[in-house]
Write a protein that binds this ligand. Structure first.
Ligand code: LLP
Length: 430
């Protein structure tokens, strides 16, 4: 392994789940359990979530952002997660039939579910209406027509919010920026589409307009982006006198030691101040996803090959890759890494951590600082993988998706079992 000029300390605790601590062997423990023992029991790659961390972020969000705050389940969802969110009193934002059915399987009451999507199918809208979903966030004129047509058949009136695009840049990666005029999402404010949508609700017996919704993008660090969007939307929504205003999600989190992000409480405070300043009378709610789930989890991998190219670099290949974390490849996102069994040691060597998919783009960490002399069979972990990791996992190269466990107070439970080759073959017909 190449020795680095820089001697890095251990992975900072601020990037790890709340319950992370060093065990007696200098190994990482989460929820009171040693990560290497969990990896031996459940295999790798393995997502390990600190359940108390998830719960505490849900509670923080409820306090900071108020009743009606929804967890954006696209960040990470399984039945156990939907149940946890519901137990903690948050609503749940779903954006597909699959997410909706997961919330239903977890017995989340209909009125606590918010349905999103820029192209909701008739089947999704029907399921949502028959399940009494609390809010459908309508994204298009076509969707308004579908709700009118469904009403003609069964007489159900759907309580809705209208998603508007404020025409504000979120200062985040282009792929996850949604508030600008040129967007597939929502009704544009500048174009007058939002105004026409509000007017058309008045003559649509299939909908009851409860409020306006906006979401400017994800992994947003800058308070001024949120404040500016709020200003623009409030100028539109307040005069309508509607009871609700949703500001969406989007709060960024730190993935690297060089990054700092506002806490959920600070974000809530900033939104509250802005709403007060703007004289908002509507009940304000939000939809955090990443800020609840991201830092709750680490992904643990096993090293399979170590390849040193003299004078160039060392490649460490692990048993996962962009199948379980596509974010580096999609958005150029940076991650850090560490060795869970040598968690307290300085990380004074450098290697490129790559996956085992058949593409050179399959890189997890470009320049990872790691303890020296890691070898085949050793474990490597990446922190802050709890959001948009498993939920964006793929089976490229027919590689099964990892298992997911929740740990808490010295106990673990498997919440998503490891996918098998049989699972993949089960869809194939002769
Ligand atoms: N509400 C709506 C309507 C959304 O579209 C999203 C995220 C959220 C809430 C939650 O945003 P959060 O608090 O998690 O930032 N795959 C990308 C992120 C895509 C976000 C999509 N929408 C990534 O890995 O960075």
């Amino acid at each position: 392994m190449n020795q680095s000029e820089t001697v890095d300390g251990p992975v900072p605790m601020s990037l790890l789940p709340d319950s992370a601590q060093a065990g007696p062997r200098g190994e990482l423990q989460i929820g009171g359990l040693s990560v290497d023992e969990l990896a031996a029991k459940y295999g790798t790659p393995l997502f390990i979530y600190d359940e108390e961390h998830l719960r505490s972020r849900c509670r923080e969000a409820l306090t900071a952002l108020g009743a009606g705050t929804a967890y954006a389940s696209k960040a990470f969802l399984c039945t156990a997660m939907a149940r946890l969110v519901n137990e903690e009193g948050l609503h749940i934002d779903v954006a597909s039939e699959g997410e909706l059915l997961t919330a239903i399987a977890a017995e989340v009451p209909g009125e606590r579910i918010v349905l999103h999507g820029n192209n909701k199918s008739l089947a999704e809208l029907s399921l949502a209406r028959s399940h009494g979903v609390g809010r459908i966030v309508v994204d298009s004129f076509d969707e308004l027509s579908r709700l009118r047509n469904l009403h003609e058949v069964d007489g159900v009136v759907a309580p809705i919010q209208l998603r508007v695009t404020p025409g504000v840049e979120a200062h985040t990666h282009e792929y996850i920026s949604t508030g600008q005029n040129d967007s597939k999402f929502g009704f544009g404010l500048e174009s007058g589409a939002a105004r026409r949508a509000v007017e058309s609700c008045a003559s649509n017996p299939g909908v009851e307009l409860m409020g306006i919704h906006q979401h400017i993008g994800s992994q947003v660090f800058r308070a001024d982006s949120f404040a500016r969007a709020l200003e623009v939307v409030v100028a539109f929504s307040e005069p309508l006198g509607l009871p609700e205003l949703s500001v969406g999600g989007g709060l960024g989190v730190a993935y690297l030691e060089s990054e700092t992000a506002p806490s959920i409480s600070e974000w809530g405070e900033m939104l509250r101040e802005a709403c007060e300043r703007l004289g908002v009378k509507a009940q304000v709610s939000a939809e955090p996803g990443r800020s609840i789930a991201a830092q709750a989890a680490v992904t643990v991998y096993s090293i399979g090959t170590v390849k040193e190219i003299p004078g160039i670099r060392t490649y460490i290949a692990v048993d996962g890759g962009f199948g379980d974390n596509p974010r580096p490849m999609l958005y150029g996102s940076g991650y850090t890494a560490f060795a869970p069994t040598r968690f307290t040691e300085p990380r004074n060597s450098v290697a490129r951590i790559v996956g085992r998919h058949c593409e050179s783009s399959d890189v997890i960490v470009q320049e990872a600082r790691l303890p020296a002399n890691l070898d085949v069979g050793d474990l490597i972990a990446t922190p802050v993988t709890g959001a948009y990791g498993y939920s964006m996992a793929s089976t490229y190269n027919r590689m099964p998706r990892p298992a997911v466990i929740f740990v808490s107070e010295g106990k673990e439970r498997l919440v998503i079992r490891r996918e098998t080759a049989e699972d993949l073959l089960a869809l194939d017909l002769d």
